[in-house]
Design a protein. Sequence first.
Length: 243
Amino acid sequence: MKTTKTTQQKFRKEVILILAVLTLYVSSVMAQKSAVMHAFSNYNIDAGILNPGRLQQTEDYAFDIKQRTLAGNKEKVIIAKFTPTKTSDERWDVVSVDGKPASKGEISTFRKTQVKQPANTSDMQTDDGSFRVEKETADYLVVSFKAAEGALAKDAAFMKDCRSYLTINLKTKKLEKSEVLNEKSVRIKGLTAEKFHVVVTYRWDETENRYFITSENVDMTLSIVGQKAAVQTTTEYRNYSKQ
């Protein structure tokens, strides 16, 4: 499939919006899931990873990102910096696009696609009956859950047709990654995704006593104007520093 420049730009914007919504959802899981909590207790895992805010992207740390998007046969690589102490859109500084200085238009487009997280994420709920232990090995525990129908914000409504997974390292007792995988085609920001698979990885910082996102990978198959297009986006996060 040959994609136009406008279509590719739309894909990139939608992917960024989807990532923002995903971060909100994964970070708002509520506790009181008996089977999962029992497993956590057996392995001495901190149930705090099921509490709101523990996995949210930081708002008081500066960080750098490298975002690589492949749509059709076109690739775009954006290097950007986030500085929370700056005001409004200026918090994002686009360093380069495809290895070249970013134009004013590219900077403006990137900044406009950055979604500010709403303050009230604690009202997002999961379906307690959907929680289950997916896998137990000597090294890892994997649990999964679904969203409570009717409890999602409009932008995150597609999550009701997805299942989310948490992978915990049983050696370190820390969360290593979260995943979201659709169970049927979903509508995201006006586009139909036949495949929607997101993997977010984390590292635990003992000094800061918190999780930091290290990468977000989105793999989608989108239907647009009766045709299918594969879109893959990888965002790497690095150089966190408290402001």
